[in-house]
Design a binder for this molecule. Structure first.
Ligand code: SF4
Length: 136
């Protein structure tokens, strides 16, 4: 039987701005279909010191999905569990694409949902690279 190793996709929990909402929505797209063989960690639980969440991030590759340059998810994982396999900074990606969200943190526009899907594809590339490294 071919059992794929686990990969954790961890979004920041940003409630402060639309970028945080986008990071969570992009991560849901990953978990619910784009790469349904991944799992996620609860960042607040991880930060609260949960040993299971922290041990997972020590044992398995993680891909952080952050809304902005502050990189809260990436920094938290690297502080308490070790290096992430890869990270996505959505603010940087949107700047590279010359795009800006048009909705609000509570209500995404149709265009924002398309951004979240596009960001999920970027996350998927990093998940695949992390898996290749594991299989390596
Ligand atoms: S990375 Fe940015 S959007 Fe996400 S929680 Fe931190 S400050 Fe908020």
């Amino acid at each position: 039987m071919n059992i794929k190793p686990k990969i954790g996709v961890v979004s920041c929990s940003g409630e402060c701005c639309i970028l945080g909402t986008l990071s969570r929505v992009a991560t849901r797209f990953i978990l619910e279909g784009v790469r349904a063989d991944t799992v996620t960690l609860c960042l607040p639980l991880f930060l609260a010191g949960d040993s299971g969440e922290r041990e997972f991030a020590q044992r398995f590759p993680t891909v952080s999905v952050d809304g902005c340059h502050k990189l809260c998810a990436k920094k938290a994982i690297e502080k308490f569990s070790g290096p992430t396999a890869a990270s996505v900074d959505m603010e940087k990606l949107l700047m590279e694409w010359g795009e800006e969200p048009t909705g609000t943190r509570k209500t995404l526009s149709a265009k924002d949902v398309e951004f979240a899907k596009r960001i999920a594809q970027e996350v998927a590339k990093r998940v695949d690279e992390a898996r290749e490294d594991q299989d390596g």
